[in-house]
Design a protein around this ligand. Structure first.
Ligand SMILES: Nc1nc2c(ncn2[C@@H]2O[C@H](COP(=O)(O)OP(=O)(O)O)[C@@H](O)[C@H]2O)c(=O)[nH]1
Ligand SMILES: [Mg+2]
Length: 190
């Protein structure tokens, strides 16, 4: 994916004007809190595509996103549209599809699980491959910063340390604060 994938997102990214809608993609491993994030951000008014989990990952949660989570909201006066990806590897062909034209992306991580951190490393690489230069933030969920310092976490998933921000996706204010930061990053590049 890194070298062979089509580089669609950067080239197709529209200009950001005052009237523009900022498109933000919410990605990350299975069970990291993506659907929770999109749902909390839009105050429960999200369109989802959750289905019952059919395999062994059922131990993690009962429903999983098979196409996308979607919703729109205002963030500090900017209209934002969110597209949450499915996290399971077999749906990864959806990631560049949903990433088309995005201004920025959020990578939600369950920082407490080693397996999730390893999966995040390959998701970081995949997005760097098909969306080079597009700004992003890692929303670190369930993160014990004393046990896992930011520098260590950032080095493990191979992102700059200042890209890692603590976030509780169940809390709307936490999601909104993170989105404000992401919208600012998207604006800087416009
Ligand atoms: N305890 C706790 N549970 C969370 C947190 N974030 C998400 N969850 C739960 O973790 C499960 C997986 O979240 P979900 O948003 O479906 O993950 P997704 O696969 O990334 O869309 C759900 O049951 C959430 O309610 C968190 O910060 N703390
Ligand atoms: Mg989901």
């Amino acid at each position: 994916m890194r070298d062979g994938g089509a580089r669609i997102a950067g080239a197709a990214r529209p200009c950001l004007t005052m009237e523009s809608i900022v498109k933000i993609v919410v990605a990350g491993p299975f069970g990291s809190g993506k659907t929770t994030f999109v749902t909390a951000a839009v105050d429960g008014k999200a369109l989802g595509s959750e289905h019952a989990v059919s395999d062994s990952t059922r131990a993690l949660k009962e429903g999983t996103t098979t196409a996308m989570d979607h919703g729109s909201l205002d963030v500090a006066g900017t209209r934002v549209t969110l597209f949450g990806t499915p996290g399971q590897e077999r749906f990864s062909f959806m990631w560049p599809v949903l990433a088309q034209g995005m201004h920025a992306y959020v990578l939600v991580l369950d920082a407490g699980r080693l397996q999730a951190r390893a999966q995040m490393r390959s998701i970081v690489r995949a997005f760097a491959g098909f969306a080079p230069g597009v700004p992003f933030v890692v929303a670190a969920n369930r993160w014990d910063e004393t046990a896992l310092p930011a520098a260590e976490l950032a080095a493990f998933i191979e992102v700059p340390e200042d890209a890692v921000v603590a976030c509780d996706p169940r809390e709307r204010d936490s999601c909104l604060a993170l989105l404000e930061h992401v919208v600012r990053l998207a604006g800087v590049r416009a």
